[in-house]
Write a protein that binds this ligand. Structure first.
Ligand code: SF4
Length: 400
């Protein structure tokens, strides 16, 4: 097996094995990896369109019992820095998102023991009642598993209830690396094993939802384990065809328990290119400019990416770990067009909605990232009193 024979397979549209992927990843020159990935992208997207979505990334709570060692975002139960957003705060964020042409919330949060399944159902119903067309791309697989454990209901039943309340799709967060040795080392095996993460997605796809898939690399995993992650996603996609897109990003080490160093931009581009080559049954790959910056994000379009992800209105998780890149729609479109592509707005299903919104009508420029909460705001939403708390701190707070 030589690099040339594997490259010829990729060029001919044949599937590569795990061993072949590993040889490419370790030994292929970066320009060759890029050319191969770009050829796969061009085969799938011959019209030279690069898409993006206008949505808002909102973290409804930072309270979490999972305590992953790579996470700088979470706060312990009872922490004075812990927060839960109120329904009214979320409506305000949706109003601001709609004002810039946004179509959905990407809604994720910590595993808060004091938010029962009924809180999520009531929130989703309230959003859908007020904004019938607005989409909820919400709750990554570990959050669904957390709700299954809290409610003592099986995962498919939780998914069915969330869909009935208004859930439209599930983001692929919490996958990290889908190998249990790595998950144990990162203290995220308890929140979801590799099989459990994949099972949530399997159930979601069977229930008719489309979802995304992700990979966070650069912690303790080996090259073999990165490849194994991709192969496991490819196998599930063969089974269900339910993934719309794949997004990979590098671990952001600042302020985390795990610490360490961030992977380089070159490692990112090689990993992205390999993902495009291995994931031959995924149509869309996003550029993770939020962790890599706009310029590497733009370069991603030559290494397999065909989507620039989301206009960044709000971001809390990556910022907590030290990175805070911000691009509004005009900036994203400039990066796409300067790279020689046509920019198109899309929805969660990657259906084209139109050209850039800012060229159709006046929209406010969002040049600064919003946060979940203004600094120093420790208010507790009134409706929380309607939901039973599980933690001692939560019970005490609700009887005050
Ligand atoms: S990554 Fe998610 S589950 Fe893990 S500690 Fe952070 S908020 Fe909790």
């Amino acid at each position: 097996m030589t690099i040339d024979t594997i490259a010829a397979k990729v060029t001919a549209g044949e599937r590569v094995s795990a061993d072949e992927a590993l040889v490419l990843y370790r030994h292929a020159p970066t320009p060759l990896l890029g050319r191969l990935a770009d050829a796969v992208r061009a085969r799938k997207h011959p019209e030279s369109i690069v898409t993006y979505i206008i949505d808002r990334n909102v973290n409804y709570t930072n309270v979490c019992v999972a305590k992953c060692t790579f996470c700088a975002f979470y706060r312990d139960v009872g922490s004075p820095e812990g927060y839960v957003l109120g329904f009214e705060e979320l409506f305000r964020k949706i109003d601001e998102t709609i004002a810039v042409g946004g179509v959905q919330l990407l809604l994720q949060g910590g595993h808060n023991p004091d938010l029962p399944l009924t809180w999520y159902e009531d929130l989703f119903r309230a959003v859908k009642q007020r904004y019938p067309e607005f989409k909820l791309h919400a709750l990554s697989p570990p959050e669904v598993i957390h709700l299954s454990r809290l409610s003592q209901l099986a995962v498919p039943a939780v998914i069915d209830r969330l869909i009935a309340a208004g859930l439209d799709s599930i983001p692929g967060g919490g996958a990290e690396i889908l190998v249990d040795r790595v998950r144990k080392a990162l203290h995220c095996y308890g929140k979801a094993t590799a099989d459990e993460w994949l099972d949530v997605m399997r159930h979601a796809h069977r229930a008719g939802l489309r979802t995304t898939a992700t990979m966070m690399y650069g912690t303790v995993e080996s090259d073999e384990e990165r490849v194994e992650h991709l192969i496991r996603l490819r196998a599930l996609q063969d089974e269900t065809s339910g993934f719309t897109a794949f997004i990979t990003w590098s671990y952001q080490p600042d302020h985390t328990e795990l610490g360490g160093r961030e992977a380089t931009g070159l490692d990112y581009l090689r990993t992205l290119a390999l993902s495009r080559i291995v994931l031959d049954n995924f149509d869309n790959l996003q550029a993770s400019w939020v962790t890599q910056g706009g310029k590497v994000g733009q370069l991603s379009l030559a290494y397999g990416a065909n989507d620039m992800g989301s206009v960044m209105i709000e971001e809390n998780v990556v910022r907590a770990a030290g990175a805070s890149y911000c691009m509004d729609e005009a900036e994203i479109v400039r990066n796409i067009e300067d790279a020689g592509f046509t920019a198109r707005r899309r929805n969660m299903h990657y259906e084209i909605l139109g050209g850039p919104m800012f060229r159709e009508r006046e929209v406010p420029r969002m040049l600064e990232l919003a946060t979940a909460r203004a600094e120093g705001d420790t208010s507790v939403p009134v409706e929380l009193a309607n939901y039973p708390a599980r933690s001692r701190a939560g019970k005490e707070a609700r009887t005050r």
